[in-house]
Design a protein around this ligand. Sequence first.
Ligand SMILES: [Zn+2]
Ligand SMILES: [Zn+2]
Ligand SMILES: [Zn+2]
Length: 180
Amino acid sequence: MSDAHESPTCPRCGAPQKPGYALCPFCRAAYSEQAARHAIPCKKCGELSAWGQSRCVRCREWIVVQCLFCNNVSPHTVSGCLACGEAFQGMQARKAARDAEVSRQRTLQTVGAWGPVGASFLGSVAGAYLGSGGHHHHEHHDWQDDGATGSYDAGGDDGGSVFESVSDAFSSSDGGGWFD
Ligand SMILES: [Zn+2]
Ligand SMILES: [Zn+2]
Ligand SMILES: [Zn+2]
């Protein structure tokens, strides 16, 4: 293949091929069928740029899209990132959603050790602090046992009686007269 180092020329008019162009800028002939097929049309001026260009050969408009996920660029004519396969359609929303999910999980991880424990023993923590002067930072094994039983018992009794009186009121009014 000795023509590799000869500078390529337009197959129609013989002008030297301009790098970045898919079509000859003089006669508008495609340099090759492959070049034409992979050419990237400019959204602004319509010029076709050769595959691999990132800006329009004529007006320098961007003709590539940067992937929000992997930061690689792909021609705007393809439907998804050539590097990682993420579809460009709705990419911004998906990226935002994923970011939100990531930061949510990060929050869960940092809170993880404390969150569930803190939540279920919230009442007893308050009680324990009141009871013994707030020294419990260093011995939180204690208030898990102490507190839980105490506060849960009280809560259970209270709830029961309220519920009974509500259902009483309900049954009496039910028979009362709505259906007569
Ligand atoms: Zn030409
Ligand atoms: Zn252009
Ligand atoms: Zn990507």
